[in-house]
Design a protein. Structure first.
Length: 145
């Protein structure tokens, strides 16, 4: 039996990932998971350096898990789809804890962080009840030099 392919009306259009819809879904899911405490650091040492920097620069307490969860929740309330600063398509994480998940990076001017430019990058890992946000970094925007 021979199958015929029905041409798509979208022929010639290149779909650029992530779309606004995909980013909206990722941000919404990440927000719900973080509020539920379902997040972990990709690299505990690297993320601890980020927490220390935020604590030092903004006078925040980041010592408790609850403090960190509150900060991440505030960050996800602020981020807009247009703040996406990652690659298109998203790169796969090289961190073993992220299990090759796609990285979603955002850069924006944060009210929570006193109008400072902040950079936040995460992956979503696992499925169903094992779904988690893997936090790769959260810090003031750095000079690309």
């Amino acid at each position: 039996m021979r199958y015929h392919v029905i041409p798509s009306k979208r022929t010639g259009q290149v779909s650029e990932r992530p779309s606004k819809r995909e980013l909206y879904k990722k941000l919404t899911e990440a927000s719900l998971l973080i509020k539920s405490g379902k997040w972990f650091p990709a690299d505990a040492g690297k993320l601890q350096a980020n927490w220390d920097e935020l604590e030092s620069k903004f006078g925040l307490d980041t010592s408790l898990l609850e403090d960190r969860t509150q900060i991440l929740t505030a960050v996800l309330r602020e981020i807009e789809i247009e703040d996406y600063a990652g690659r298109r398509p998203p790169q796969k994480s090289y961190e073993p804890a992220a299990n090759g998940g796609e990285m979603f990076a955002f850069h924006w001017e944060s009210d929570f962080f006193q109008k400072s430019e902040i950079y936040f990058k995460f992956c979503l890992t696992g499925t169903d009840s094992g779904r988690r946000v893997c936090v790769l970094s959260i810090h003031p925007q750095r000079d690309p030099k």
